[in-house]
Design a protein around this ligand. Structure first.
Ligand SMILES: *[C@@H]1O[C@H](CO)[C@@H](O)[C@H](O)[C@H]1NC(C)=O
Ligand SMILES: *[C@@H]1O[C@H](CO)[C@@H](O)[C@H](O)[C@H]1NC(C)=O
Ligand SMILES: *[C@@H]1O[C@H](CO)[C@@H](O)[C@H](O)[C@H]1NC(C)=O
Length: 383
């Protein structure tokens, strides 16, 4: 019986080997996800600490605000679904959280580097990547102490989950806009990118030192195609590319991504047991925005949820923004009629429909280095 099984498996292996060498390995069995990032992957961290994302956020999928800046699911939610794991509870959320299969340390507005401005001055979250790591570290240590005392066994991860988990990252976009908000030139922003990546790299090394082995890293998106950037910063006609995006900001994003990729190559050398996947989310998002109509989407540069302005985006009256009329509160910045055909949700973030489209492109490894599907992300190239 056993040898029969082995033969059958062997046959499958031979067939699949022809298609992609990674398939000679078995799928990974990730028991948990630990996520670090900004609003692109925040499932409720900022909401828990600083106030809920208002309606109509969440309207499409959750039907109530769900801590996400979107009408529905984010890439991280689709990742959780595909790995057969529950949606990630935000580490900061003290109500209804279940961390048995991971935790989310991301908060909207997070940066890699701690900012020297307060949140009320600049809008950036004080929970920068270094703080997210401290929280993770604390979570890892204390969750095991508490479990050993016999409490919350069904709410906290098992000990070996930390070494077997998938560690996901989507952060950097806000570090790039932070310099522009301080009136820096593109050259000045580029000049601090090595510092950003040095700090990012340190965090990966710290997690590795605590047992983390599988890392899934999204590069940063084409921020120059987003209304909140095009509306906020002066862009001349000559700086708009043939699809309508602001080139200087995309150039900086691509520069960041180039250096991020080099950082990943270096990390693989320094961390021999780590499997690190670099995912080119930029390429997928840019393709989606630049070929929107062909792909069945409409108005890639208009925020679905917003009020006024060239892009249906007004930074003083964002998605969900209210106004009192005759003593009654009304939502001024409302959702568009059909978010399922729109890409941009609120001027900054993507709709669930766009996130799903992006996820479907990245899940099979087509945009990854190494080109392994999501559920093989624990495998190293040299294995
Ligand atoms: C904040 O200030 C410190 C000390 O001057 C500096 O080292 C650091 O790079 C600054 N951070 C940012 C994000 O500008
Ligand atoms: C937490 O979630 C896991 C997986 O969905 C489930 O098995 C467990 O019972 C949950 N814990 C509680 C206390 O509900
Ligand atoms: C940036 O420049 C604008 C316009 O000149 C000015 O109003 C603003 O105060 C400057 N911001 C900083 C942080 O220097």
């Amino acid at each position: 019986m056993e040898s029969l099984t082995i033969h059958a498996i062997g046959l499958v292996i031979v067939v699949k080997l022809v298609l992609n060498p990674v398939f000679c390995l078995s799928k990974c069995d990730f028991p948990a996800i630990f996520n670090f990032g900004d609003s692109n992957s925040d499932t409720g961290g900022l909401s828990a600490a600083f106030g809920q994302a208002p309606p109509p956020n969440g309207e499409t999928f959750f039907h109530i605000p769900a801590g996400r800046f979107s009408d529905g699911r984010l890439l991280i939610d689709f990742i959780s679904e595909r790995l057969g794991l529950p949606y990630l509870s935000p580490y900061l959320d003290s109500m209804g959280s279940n961390f048995s299969h991971g935790a989310n340390f991301a908060t909207a507005g997070s940066t890699i580097r701690p900012q020297n401005t307060t949140m009320s001055q600049s809008g950036y979250s004080p929970i920068s990547l270094d703080v997210q790591f401290v929280q993770y570290s604390d979570f890892q240590r204390r969750s095991q102490i508490i479990r050993k005392q016999g409490f919350f066994q069904n709410l906290l991860p098992e000990e070996d989950s930390f070494s077997r988990a998938l560690y996901t990252f989507d952060i950097g976009q806000n570090d790039l806009t932070a310099g522009y908000k301080l009136n820096m030139s593109t050259e000045q922003v580029k000049a601090y990118v090595p510092d950003l990546l040095g700090q990012f790299s340190n965090i990966i090394k710290y997690i590795y030192a605590q047992g983390g082995r599988s890392f899934w890293i999204h590069n940063t998106g084409p921020v120059g195609c987003l209304p909140y950037v095009m509306d906020r910063f002066l862009v001349t006609a000559a700086q708009i590319d043939k699809y309508g995006c602001a080139s200087p900001f995309n150039d900086v994003a691509q520069y960041f991504n180039l250096r991020l990729k080099e950082t990943v190559v270096q990390l693989r050398k320094e961390l021999p047991l780590a499997a690190i996947t670099y995912v080119d989310v930029y390429a997928v998002k840019y393709y989606l925005i630049s070929h929107a109509n062909k792909l069945g989407f409409e108005d890639p540069f208009l925020a679905c949820c917003g009020h006024g302005g060239k892009y249906n985006y007004n930074r003083f009256n964002k998605c969900g923004g209210k106004k009192v009329v005759n003593g009654k509160e009304i939502i001024l910045a409302k959702s568009c009629r059909n978010p399922s055909v729109r890409i941009n949700w609120d001027g900054t973030h993507f709709t669930e429909a766009a996130n799903k489209w992006i996820f479907d492109r990245i899940v099979d490894g087509s945009f990854s280095d190494p080109p392994f599907p999501l559920n093989f992300a624990c495998r190293r190239m040299d294995h």
